[in-house]
Ligand binder design. Structure first.
Ligand code: DGJ
Length: 738
């Protein structure tokens, strides 16, 4: 049994993989948190909550002076009943008060994992993969019920949590705050880590010690955002990549979120993650319910690497869905940086011809093929081909691409409308806006109001017609601005603050419909690069364009940071031209290839303008990638050298097959040093008792055999070649010999 309840001690003990989570129903029916960490055999001796009479920590009615919610570690804390820390939820009653009091009233344990209505979530394929505990808490005064869901995955150190609120009373309630998970750690001896950045510099690793009071990251932008990823982790101060405890919190959501930690005066850390309460309110009429998004909590005592591998497996295999989930992804060429808006059918076909010759498998037509779109100021919403650029329509172009032996894919940005578009002229009230205020534009565009059913129906119809109009195998689904004037013409005044979340539910409904209608299509999500690289989008689209920044040096850091939570198969990684269009840097083609081969490989440059030597190098890269892509896309990732540590001049990672028989190792070094030291990279994840043949790519003639133990403890020497000149890389393939 992964989940048990002991009637006598009133304790729940949940075990997931090698981890345990313990709760207790304490006096008065409050649900206390006792433990989360390394698996323990029994929950019997888990330290009970202390009872201490603390000055300025008041006592709920009927309790002694040594009982205060202010000092009780809780599972889903309320506001206004003696706990002064940040609450997990808050509800406004019809009488204007915001004080509620949830107490235990029952629970249910079942096999498997229920679906989350209308929301993306992890899932199981067989009921024995997980067990789920539902704990019901009620407040009889106002009729509020909260059902806390805990799914324990049997083979992974992972718990999925969410909450369903139900109004069982007679009067309307308004949810003002509804976190997906709350954990009261019983000490605060941690660092906290988050993934933050900007457009073109997403998911940079930030790690700092917890300090008294609050610390948080959030998005108020209507998308999970480039600025902060919906993920935080607590790490013991001595935790590193390979050892020590880590607690990861990842939210399966693509909109406004909040994730943070409050360290209280008694050195306890409360972690909360969920929908951003800022500008959020949700009216619950009697009988109505509200489901929060899911938070996925991962425990690792094998450092950050252990945490990442758990997230990778779970998100790759039990979050992503559809026929493409387990299939090797095609090598693509995207015409964006090759042509921007300046193309016609013949130019595209010339690019595709060259791509086919170089071993590329999928041609992606990016922005600019529709309406009057010759720049980014117009035509979003008018999803029909521009006859001047594509005189034979999409099917004509797709036919010519197919004749070259390539699959065909297309870019769309269906959530948006340009002011200068037929769609906007027909439906000016279909975008997010508020009465009496002008509409702020971003990249000259407005956001369609997907909280509206008629708008959703239009988007599904327009994109379905498009995908039925030609043999389209791939879609890049872009989203290029954040939300302002968030309001909906279709909602009453009392529901305006529901708009941002209703938008996300609407987007998820559209994506569900389209991915079910077109299961063969490989969808890649994008938001100005990696502005919506989150688990919510991965549920519908199994890969994401990692960043608009394709510079190899920046990409090492971006991909390294992204890999903390997300698997390589989800990361679109392209080789682009030099000087790089985002930062102006010139790096060797080989290094650009090695960085991109570490993710989901693509090319995004004018292939027709390359020298013979460059073409030969690309042919080598595509052929090499075909050999290693199963390993990269579905193997276990071990990070070896962090570009975020030391002087940041090096990075390395490797992928190992599940049976440890094969591995590919990547090493990157940025600036050359005179008379440099000769480093050796200590590998990980190999079988210490096996011998491995080591082939350096591309030129390795000598193929020495080393013990797995030698490679992991003594290390693999970096070749002299990779130490000379700026922006160098080295790659090795390892094959087990016995
Ligand atoms: C932003 C994307 O991230 C780019 O790759 C490209 O598709 C442009 N949009 C097109 O407008």
């Amino acid at each position: 049994m992964a989940i048990s309840f002991d009637e006598k001690s009133k304790r729940f003990h949940l075990t997931a993989g090698d981890s345990s989570y313990v709760m207790e129903i304490v006096e008065g029916g409050f649900l206390a948190h006792l433990y989360w960490g390394k698996r323990i055999r029994r929950a019997t001796f888990c330290r009970p909550p202390e009872r201490v009479d603390r000055p300025f920590s008041p006592n709920p009615p009927g309790f002694g002076r040594d009982f205060s919610l202010d000092t009780l570690p809780q599972e889903y804390p309320a506001y206004g009943r003696t706990d002064f820390r940040a609450p997990a939820y808050q509800v406004r009653l019809e009488n204007g008060s915001t004080v509620t009091d949830l107490r235990y009233c029952g629970h249910r344990i079942s096999h498997g994992k229920p679906k989350l209505p209308g929301l993306p979530a992890t899932y199981v394929e067989r009921d024995d993969e997980a067990e789920t505990l539902e704990i019901e808490l009620t407040d009889p005064v106002c009729g509020l019920k909260a059902v806390l869901f805990y799914t324990a995955f049997s083979r992974l150190n992972a718990f999925a949590r969410s909450v369903r609120f139900v109004n069982e009373g007679r009067e309307p309630l308004v949810l003002l705050r509804a976190m997906s998970a709350s954990v009261d750690f019983r000490d605060a001896g941690f660092d906290w880590l988050h993934l933050s950045g900007t457009w073109a510099n997403e998911r940079q690793i930030v790690r700092r010690p917890l300090a008294p009071g609050g610390q948080s990251v959030e998005s108020r932008r209507g998308a999970s955002s480039h600025q902060h990823n919906p993920f935080i982790a607590l790490l013991r101060q001595n935790t590193d990549e390979d050892a020590g405890e880590v607690y990861g919190f990842s939210l399966v959501y693509s909109g406004n979120f909040w994730a943070g930690v409050e360290v209280d005066p008694y050195d306890c850390a409360r972690v909360l993650i969920g929908l951003n309460p800022f500008d959020f309110a949700w009216r619950l009429d009697p009988g109505e319910s509200f489901q929060t998004p899911e938070a996925v909590l991962v425990y690792s005592d094998e450092g950050l690497g252990g945490m990442s591998r758990t997230y990778h497996w779970l998100y790759r295999s039990r979050l992503c869905r559809g026929p493409w989930r387990d299939r090797e992804r095609p090598i693509l060429v995207n015409n964006w940086e090759a042509t921007y808006f300046d193309f016609d059918e013949d130019k595209l076909v010339r690019l595709a011809e060259k791509a086919a010759d170089l071993g590329i498998e999928l041609f992606v037509l990016d922005d600019g093929w529709f309406g009057q779109r010759d720049d980014d100021t117009r035509s979003l919403g008018d999803w029909y081909p521009n006859p001047r650029k594509l005189p034979n329509g999409l099917s004509g172009l797709a036919g010519r691409i197919a004749a070259l032996g390539l699959r065909f894919g297309i870019w769309v940005e269906p959530e948006m409308v340009s002011e200068d578009s037929d769609l906007y002229r027909r439906h000016p009230d279909w975008c997010l806006h508020v009465p009496g205020r002008g509409r702020s534009t971003g990249r000259s565009q407005l956001v369609l109001d997907l909280s509206r059913e008629d708008v959703r129906e239009y988007v599904v119809r327009a994109i379905s017609d498009l995908l039925s109009s030609a043999p389209i195998d791939y879609v890049k689904w872009d989203m290029n601005r954040h939300m302002t004037e968030i309001g909906s013409a279709a909602l009453g005044p009392e529901r305006q603050r529901e708009t941002a979340h209703r938008y996300m539910l609407g987007l998820y409904a559209v994506l569900e419909e389209l991915t079910v209608r077109f299961p063969h299509v490989l969808f890649e999500s994008c938001s100005g690069g990696g502005g919506r690289f989150d688990p919510g989008m991965l549920y519908y689209m199994p890969q994401t364009w990692t960043s608009d920044n394709t510079d190899a040096v920046c990409r090492v850091k971006i991909q390294y940071g992204t890999s903390l939570v997300y698997p390589a198969v989800a990361m679109g990684a392209h080789v682009s031209a030099v000087p790089n269009h985002q930062v102006g840097r010139t790096t060797p083609l080989r290094t650009r290839g090695d960085v991109a081969c570490s993710g989901n490989l693509g090319y995004e440059l004018d292939l027709t303008a390359l020298s013979d030597e460059a073409c030969a190098e690309i042919r080598r890269q595509t052929s090499f990638y075909r050999d290693i892509r199963r390993l990269v896309q579905f193997g276990d990732l071990y990070r070896l050298i962090s570009p975020f540590s030391g002087d940041g001049n090096e990075a390395a990672w490797m992928y190992v097959s599940e049976d440890r028989s094969e591995s590919v190792v990547f090493y990157f070094r940025f600036l050359a040093r005179p008379n440099p030291p000769r480093p050796a990279i200590r590998l990980k994840g190999l079988d210490p008792l096996a011998d491995y043949l080591v082939r350096e790519i591309p030129n390795g003639r000598a193929e020495p055999v080393f013990g797995g133990d030698e490679l992991m403890h003594a290390g693999l020497p970096v070749p002299e070649r990779a130490l000379f000149g700026d922006f160098q890389s080295a790659v090795w393939l390892l094959f087990r010999q016995n």
